[in-house]
Write a protein that binds this ligand. Structure first.
Ligand SMILES: NC(=O)c1ccc[n+]([C@@H]2O[C@H](COP(=O)([O-])OP(=O)(O)OC[C@H]3O[C@@H](n4cnc5c(N)ncnc54)[C@H](OP(=O)(O)O)[C@@H]3O)[C@@H](O)[C@H]2O)c1
Length: 265
């Protein structure tokens, strides 16, 4: 069993931490860090684990280092005195959007570097993570990374050239899904449903439709056609969506998020 350190335990780091801790037998997180002492104390109290502002101590305590600071802080953290030495010979997994393997390897040349792009539903073990191993990452390293993220959701391995698109789609996607979900619930409220009922109906409908796609493997268009009765209410609603150019708006949303992700590093 290997030990994990999370450097920068903010929104995403804590989602992965929370997801891992909910799974019996999952890899153990032994040390997490933050920039502010107060945040470290809060994390220690909330999760009952070692938490500090000392990235070197965290790297020394672990076999696998998960870098989860904002992309702009990646260089500052990894190039700080002692971090490269403390992580030498270990696996470094970076979830920082837009920070390339080449740049990461420049800061920690003696570590095996693997990029990962998870998302926040990892907290409830419904995450989607794409892994992209750099040179020097062995099959065993990839297995270790897969076991971490498989404990908190689904995992795929893709080439690094796809990671900005992944960041725009599944990394940022929970926010886009929540806006669509909220808008559908607004429609229900407009037609007289109580807010809490409308949100529950919209969320469960989203979840149901998504699981149908994943579990049947069928194309979303085929599933959509099945609920579209000639002259019925669903086709009437669908045409209203098309009038609003919803497909191109959503596709361009991913395009823009991916474009910005590419510049974050
Ligand atoms: N949020 C998402 O949905 C999502 C999805 C996929 C990938 N990501 C990636 O995940 C990374 C983190 O994003 P986030 O949204 O979780 O950001 P966040 O909530 O701001 O978390 C960043 C954490 O890094 C800590 N930090 C900053 N400088 C540090 C230092 N020198 N040493 C130790 N810790 C330090 C911060 O500590 P303080 O709180 O004390 O300042 C904070 O806890 C980003 O690179 C992003 O691209 C995020």
């Amino acid at each position: 069993m290997y030990r994990i350190a999370i450097l920068g335990c903010g929104t995403m780091g804590e989602a992965i931490l929370g997801g891992l801790r909910a799974v019996v037998g999952a890899p153990e997180v032994v040390h997490v860090t933050s920039r502010r002492e107060g945040r470290a104390q809060f994390l220690a109290k909330r999760h009952g684990i070692e938490a500090s502002t000392d990235n070197v101590a965290a790297c020394e305590a672990a076999d696998v280092i998960l870098l989860a600071v904002k992309p702009q802080a990646a260089g500052k953290v990894l190039a700080a005195p002692g971090v490269a030495e403390a992580s030498a010979g270990k696996l470094l997994i970076s979830i920082c959007a837009g920070v390339t393997t080449e740049r990461l390897t420049g800061w920690v040349p003696q570590s095996a570097v693997l990029r990962a792009m998870p998302n926040t539903p990892s907290l409830i073990r419904e995450g989607m993570t794409v892994l992209s191993p750099g040179e020097g990452v062995t099959d065993e390293h990839l297995e270790v990374a897969t076991s971490i993220f498989a404990a908190v959701g689904r995992v795929r391995v893709l080439e690094e050239k796809h990671l900005d698109a992944v960041t725009g789609l599944s990394g940022s996607g929970p926010a886009f899904a929540c806006v669509i979900l909220e808008a559908l619930a607004d429609g229900g409220v407009r037609m007289g449903l109580p807010r809490d009922v409308a949100i529950e109906l919209a969320a469960q409908t989203f979840q149901g439709a998504a699981r149908m796609v994943l579990e049947t493997g069928r194309h979303p268009a085929a599933l959509k056609d099945e609920v579209t009765t000639p002259a019925g209410c669903t086709i009437a609603g669908l045409l209203t969506m098309e009038d609003g150019r919803i497909r191109s708006i959503l596709a361009r949303t991913i395009e823009e998020a991916a474009r910005v992700a590419g510049g974050l590093g």
